[in-house]
Design a protein around this ligand. Sequence first.
Ligand SMILES: Nc1nc2c(c(=O)[nH]1)N[C@H]1C(S)=C(S)[C@@H](COP(=O)(O)O)O[C@H]1N2
Ligand SMILES: [Mo]
Length: 408
Amino acid sequence: MNSNRSSRRRFLKQTAALAGVATGAGLAVRGQSAQAQHLHGELPRRGARYTIDHMTHYTPLQDYAGIITPASLHFMQQHSSEFPEIDVRQHRLTIHGLVDRPLSFTVEELKQLPSVSRIHFLECHGNSSPAIHGAGDPNLGLPVQFIHGMTSCSEWTGVPLSVLLKEAGLQKEASWLVSEGGDAGKFSHTLPLAKAMEDVIVAYGQNGEPLRVEQGYPVRLVVPGWEAPFSVKYLTHVKVVDQPYMAWNESMNHSVTRPDLRDKARWYHFQFGPKSVVTRPSAGLEMLRGYAQITGLAWSGAGVINKVEVSTDGGGSWKEAKRHAPVLPRAHTRFTFDWAWDGQEAVIQSRCTDEAGEVQPSLAELSKDWGMHLEDWKKTPRPRAIHFNAIQPWKIARDGSISDAMFA
Ligand SMILES: Nc1nc2c(c(=O)[nH]1)N[C@H]1C(S)=C(S)[C@@H](COP(=O)(O)O)O[C@H]1N2
Ligand SMILES: [Mo]
């Protein structure tokens, strides 16, 4: 093997590993395991061996300011144990299937087409999984990064997918798309045509630089506001079809049974509901008496965040937080709330309302919606759940330590 290539690959592997560890070593963080960056909604028992078929890095939500996640800190979920090595001059994106003219583009050709730059969050459908919440277990005292850090927000630059589809000419029966990536498993996902025509981007740029290998270099889909598995990385093919498909990951990996559906799985989960989380102060950080700025992020698949409220008394009372500009549709919104901690036990949390008027649910409300009882969450292992957007309470103890009170 060409030695340049293999050393580059080694370098990427090392930086990938480092990104996970270094980003976990934030200010006064405690109680996290070095293995935590390899979890996907499930926690290893202490000392237990476990295997993975994919790699995950979590964004250190507690450690950056504003709404743009630095590209080096973007979360990453890769359903194979290696990144593909793609030669950008060879890479092609082919649009085929129910079109008048199948088309094939190099990345250079894509860059010559009309472009857009838009700020959007991505979020894994399994982010904030109930299984990852600690409920006071000192071994599971994970910081916000490892509970909610499978979401990030970037400025994405690329060509609207609608431009490519119109250029290819859609046939009458066209109603769905199947997108395929160029990684080892050929990660594939179905997408309704209507969404593709609305706001999906074939992105080659992220925060002013080319996509990183972790994010799908040289080109990926960005499907705003919908669960991130739709946003296929290393994009090689978009096939126009006349019905939804069940790609392997959709059916074997990403379907979750729900009690409200009598333990059947829902076929597709698309848009995310309203969600917010206080990123500071949060589990693992130390609380000091006196002035404390409470800050966090709020987002929704439905559009902009119209309101964020904060409670410092466990949900007894709520006050409106300040939303900082820019407040953009299907993007993270930064909020802050001025507070002073008096040294007494307190539970702090945030909830948001999106432009559709939907309010982020409490755990009790979410459980009711899903046909579950609060007691169900106490089962071991906890029930699997995706699109988990319950209000996140952080408990501050008198000694200033902060813990995850979701299931406490
Ligand atoms: N080609 C390809 N695309 C993919 C994946 C993958 O493994 N391969 N993972 C999907 C999943 S499950 C998620 S959550 C997002 C993660 O995007 P990110 O790694 O850029 O954060 O990419 C999606 N697109
Ligand atoms: Mo994911």
